[in-house]
Write a protein that binds this ligand. Structure first.
Ligand code: F6P
Length: 541
């Protein structure tokens, strides 16, 4: 029996037939306390979910669905270190990475908390040495630039968080993040750097990823060329973050300069593992601990709060309400913070690599829609680009608005104007403007339909006092558990990513066809073969 056949799902389907078409204008008129009561606070985060197309009964039914699929038991199983990633037969324990307890969680014969704290201690020591100038390069110069080379989960977390927490970073150091195998990424990142004062952090869980190893090889060539070719320089300018010591050594990085993590940390859940090393160097170990504590606070909230008051679970269930009962396919994330410019990109991997699945845990096809296309840009830039479609387009795009009461900078009170936009957009989306209201303003009859704002476009507002390391941790953990909540309801494995493998295999097959001096065998498909010919010609081959 699929989730669709369950009594709880059917109750939601029935309820949707009753309330799905109701307008937010009416829901607010009928329930004057809605705006203060359909809210939840978790740590520093305040979630106002009142501008969603739901009633208190919807929330009750969604919570009942979560209970009925065993979300609570599955959460406990994850926290206990059971192998909930069944297709890879692995525990899923990113929550252990931020647990302040430094011993006492035995998984597969290892005390994972102890191992986590041991690595955190080494990271802190290293970060302090780089920040304080004790770690010097091959020629004795102190490190001025740190370049993280990694991709996907080995890039997006630290890259997003470095930007988010730039205000807390050591401004005397330069940080760059290289991910793309497009050679321009590395070339642009290093063009103004001095090899003598540059440190590379090669971050890869597997240490087999083509993009990262290719970039790291090129970076080593750039370094040695700049420092006179002495191989001994590598030890002073390259450190690795990985689960694979053997491959790190084979690449030529001394494993004494390696910061390990474990197979129970999924790539897109690895930001709080040693993958966060570049961020720790940027903001320092104390701030980094605040970040981890923020994560941990949200982990505990998720684990213990009833689902009707559980911020991450509500985010997941409300989003699922739109995906499965309204047929929505996408979800906008709209941070009103320039510092969170990379947050939507980070969430794209977290949400879409996790829940872009079409079979359930037992391998049978899912019987409901899963996953959603996550996208977004910081406000107010998005307002002048794609909000038109959100307001008057024909597709339903639920949106998460994220804002902060206090700015990290306030130039001449600009933040109030910024917040006014943060408030105005969800309000316009929800309540719109009727034809009568438009006409009453003296609008010509022919133009009225064009100016009508239908409203009833749902959104969440997530508000925190200020963007601090702890708040960032709370926010990211909330979305992690949002993804988990949805995955459990859908009965899918949110922790594997087999769908990205085939493209990697094909790229490895196609590379020699582009590289070979003589004409390769054209044995792919007619489209790919023609494109190979075209690109070879473009490269003068
Ligand atoms: O794209 C697939 C993926 O495996 C991601 O899940 C992962 O974050 C990324 O590649 C990078 O992998 P690695 O850290 O092993 O280099």
């Amino acid at each position: 029996m699929g989730v669709r056949d369950s009594a709880e799902w059917q109750a939601l389907a029935e309820h949707h037939r009753e309330v799905g078409d109701r307008h937010l204008r009416d829901l607010f008129a009928e329930d004057p306390d809605r705006g203060t009561e359909l809210t939840v606070t978790a740590g520093d985060l305040y979630l106002d979910y009142s501008k969603n197309r739901l009633t208190r009964e919807t929330v009750r039914l969604l919570a009942a669905l979560a209970e009925s699929v065993g979300l609570r038991e599955r959460t406990e199983a994850m926290f206990r270190g059971e192998h909930v990633n069944t297709t890879e037969d692995r525990a899923v324990l990113h929550v252990a990475l931020r647990d302040p307890a430094s011993s006492g969680l035995d998984v597969d014969g290892h005390d994972v908390r102890q191992e986590v704290h041991e690595v955190l201690g080494r990271m802190a020591e290293f970060a302090d040495r780089v920040r304080g100038g004790a770690w010097t390069g091959h020629t004795g110069e102190r490190i001025r630039a740190v370049v993280n080379i990694g991709i996907g989960g080995s890039d997006l977390g630290p890259a997003m968080a470095y930007l988010a927490l730039r205000d807390y970073s050591d401004r005397s150091l330069t940080f760059r993040f290289v991910s793309n195998i497009d050679p321009t990424d590395l070339a642009e990142a290093t063009r103004d750097l001095d090899p003598a004062s540059t440190l590379f952090i090669v971050a890869s869980k597997t240490f087999t990823t083509q993009e990262t190893l290719t970039n790291a090889t090129e970076a080593r060539r750039w370094l040695l060329e700049g420092l006179g070719g002495d191989d001994a320089a590598v030890a002073k300018h390259f450190v690795a973050v990985s689960t694979n010591a053997e491959k790190v050594a084979a690449f030529g990085i001394d494993t004494a300069n390696m910061f390990g993590f474990w197979d129970w940390v999924g790539g897109r859940y690895s930001f709080t593992s040693a993958i966060g090393l570049s961020l720790m160097v940027a903001i320092g170990p104390e701030r980094y601990r605040e970040l981890l504590d923020g994560f941990h606070a949200m982990d505990e909230h998720f684990r213990t709060a009833p689902y009707e008051e559980n911020l991450p679970a509500l985010l997941g269930l409300i989003s699922l309400w739109y995906t499965d009962f309204f047929g929505a396919q996408s979800q906008a994330v709209l941070p009103y913070s320039q510092y969170l410019a990379r947050f939507p990109a980070y969430l794209q991997q977290l949400c879409m690599e996790s829940n872009g699945k079409s079979v359930t845990l037992d391998g049978s096809p899912v019987d409901v829609a899963t996953g959603e296309i996550v996208w977004g840009e910081p406000g107010t830039n998005g307002q002048h680009a794609f909000y038109q479609l959100l307001h008057q387009g024909t597709v339903l795009v639920p949106a998460d608005f994220i804002g902060f009461a206090r700015p990290n900078h306030d130039l001449d009170g600009m933040h109030d104007l910024f917040l006014a936009n943060f408030l105005a957009q969800p309000r316009a989306l929800a309540f719109g403007r009727t034809a009568e209201e438009v006409a009453a303003e003296g609008t010509a009859a022919a133009v009225v339909p064009h100016r009508v704002m239908p409203g009833n476009r749902p959104s969440n507002a997530i508000v925190a006092p200020e963007l601090t390391p702890s708040v960032l941790g709370q926010l990211v953990a909330a979305y992690e558990h949002r993804v988990f909540t949805q995955g459990v309801v859908w009965g899918i494995n949110s922790f594997d990513q087999w769908g990205v493998e085939l493209g990697k295999v094909m790229a490895n097959q196609l590379a020699p066809k582009l590289q070979s001096a003589s004409a390769p065998e054209y044995d792919s498909d007619s489209s790919t073969d023609a494109l190979v010919r075209l690109l070879r010609e473009g490269r003068g081959r």
